[in-house]
Ligand binder design. Sequence first.
Ligand SMILES: C[S@@+](CC[C@H](N)C(=O)[O-])C[C@H]1O[C@@H](n2cnc3c(N)ncnc32)[C@H](O)[C@@H]1O
Length: 397
Amino acid sequence: MIGRRSLFTATGAAATALSSFFAGRAAEAKSIVKKVAGDVELRGADGRMERLGSLDLESQMDFTAGFREFNNKGISRTAAMRFQQLMKEKGMDPKAIVSFDEMHAIAGSDPIIGMSAKTWLANQQVTWKSLQDYFHANADMYLAEMEAADKDGPGSLTLDANLEIPDYTKHEIHIQPGGYVGDPFAGHMYHYGTNSFYIGAIGHNEQDQIHKGTANNIPMPADGKVKRILEVGCGLGQMSCALKERFPDAEVWATDVGAPMVRYGHMRARDLGIAVNYGQGLAEKTGFPDGHFDITVSYIMHHELPQTATRAVIAEANRVTRTGGVYYPVDFNTGGSTGPAYGMFRRWWDHRWNNEVWSREFHTLNFSDEIAKAGFTLNAKTPAALPGFGARHFVKT
Ligand SMILES: C[S@@+](CC[C@H](N)C(=O)[O-])C[C@H]1O[C@@H](n2cnc3c(N)ncnc32)[C@H](O)[C@@H]1O
């Protein structure tokens, strides 16, 4: 008979998934989140990350993060093998580059590929629903907490009730309920939801490890002067916080179209004692003076924009970055609509079922070329920020 222990050690992926359940708890004793007036912190914090308000929900998130990792590293591999087998059966080279249409015809309605995709999606739905249910069930408490933080410092928060929010930003990207602009707890949900994404795909980010690593690798302007930094599409501003920690004397501005995103981000930065200036605003129309910033960044925003918006955001970045300043927009590598077949399938599927509305469009754009066309010079020698991302170190010339 297979015992529970032997079952869980039976596959490497399952073992990895299990170990990831607990890894985030390692820093538990070392909370660095400050407890301030009006703060709701029901169960303490793991370093930089406040623990969720109930053990039930925390266990749920542990499960969904672990299942995501198991799916990404285990079930998906099986689906990839099945995909190659189907290609062989059709007389195709499994390593062939295929178009979206060909890839779709290959995957068809195969049950193994379908099961991998469906279980991934169900897990994603459970992740969001659990978070949304919790924050809405406790809405008064969490709204009051944000209100208490809005006018508090360090750092500041500016909301713009008259901002015309473009329709393209209103989608429920990666099926997050309400998207970035339509739910008062978008920031809360995004923080805990994406924490699960990181565990399942790249690595742990409870302590902003991924953002810190990226921020710390951004090359300096040649003259070494860094007085002002801008992040657009900042979400919670994890990157902005990391930049403020790297450049404590610089003024750091973090802007996003979503009021709930910057409200939560500001509250979190305040709790961490990090003085970042958060503002609700559009990346394509920031309102800052020409040449105002020494470093301008964005982090995984562009694949969520239509191409017209991406071009407008790049032009605005060029306007507000000073000559000799650094532009460092992190996003996926792009440059064509074709790629290895199973990768193409996952991308199509992510677009269609995970509601990554603009990502297919983004992937057909040569992002680096667009940036160069706007008047930046690429330093291709700088390594990419993360695996799978392009070299994104540009200098305003
Ligand atoms: C995938 S999230 C990335 C958030 C954050 N940079 C991070 O490190 O996780 C994309 C963010 O871009 C914002 N966004 C999308 N379009 C925008 C626009 N035109 N102007 C400003 N923010 C925008 C969204 O509201 C969302 O918070």
